[in-house]
Design a protein around this ligand. Sequence first.
Ligand SMILES: Nc1ncnc2c1ncn2[C@@H]1O[C@H](COP(=O)(O)OP(=O)(O)OP(=O)(O)O)[C@@H](O)[C@H]1O
Length: 233
Amino acid sequence: MAYIEVQHATREFRNGEQTTVANRDISFTVAQGAVVTILGPSGAGKSTLLNILGGMDSPTSGRVLIDGVDIAQFSAKQLTTYRRQAVGFVFQFYNLIPNLTARENVELASQITQDARNVDETLALVGLQDRAQNFPAQLSGGEQQRVAIARAVAKNPKLLLCDEPTGALDYQTGKQVLQVIQDAAKQTATTVIIVTHNSAIAQMGDLVIRINDAQIQSVTPNAHPTPLADIEW
Ligand SMILES: Nc1ncnc2c1ncn2[C@@H]1O[C@H](COP(=O)(O)OP(=O)(O)OP(=O)(O)O)[C@@H](O)[C@H]1O
């Protein structure tokens, strides 16, 4: 059975007389443990889709089955539990708590789930075991993003959602961060979704979903994802 099954999901935003359709009749499936890239230009509807998958928003119509359960039907309370237990988020800007150390940032996230990973092992997974006692301001952008990845992975999520995770990083650091996401995902068998507007980065996915003008343009399985070392942009 597919791990994610989105069926005819549409998300409209109404503002007075005006209606914006951010996602229109979106359907696709994702196998457990896959790394999926969602590619599309600005305004295509990528973040809207990611927010729906992460339980931060719900579609106006359609079904969003995660592990066989339709989260589109969830109440606000059920969505809160889903976000806490099942989903890890990595954003373009790292959103770390500035007055907590790297370790404390990760620990805080691990405390809200029952099935959390070991904090120090997770920091080691992203190569930051020696920087655990540093505050975010003492870390580079790439290191801060790695803390954010550790924070997301420490929850032991079923789903790791990354919205433009390299958007604020230089080329080399961006590559390293994507490698960390890919390695962490494969080692923990987590299903990962990475939103990007960069078609080169999209080639790292086991599945590449192209979105344009709120609609799916193509869903392409990638039997041989390009190794990050070979990706240039
Ligand atoms: N809360 C909202 N209210 C009204 N319109 C919205 C809302 N959220 C998104 N939209 C609209 O939906 C469309 C898709 O937005 P979305 O943020 O999903 O695109 P995106 O592909 O993630 O873009 P970007 O790459 O620039 O982040 C846009 O036209 C946007 O203005």
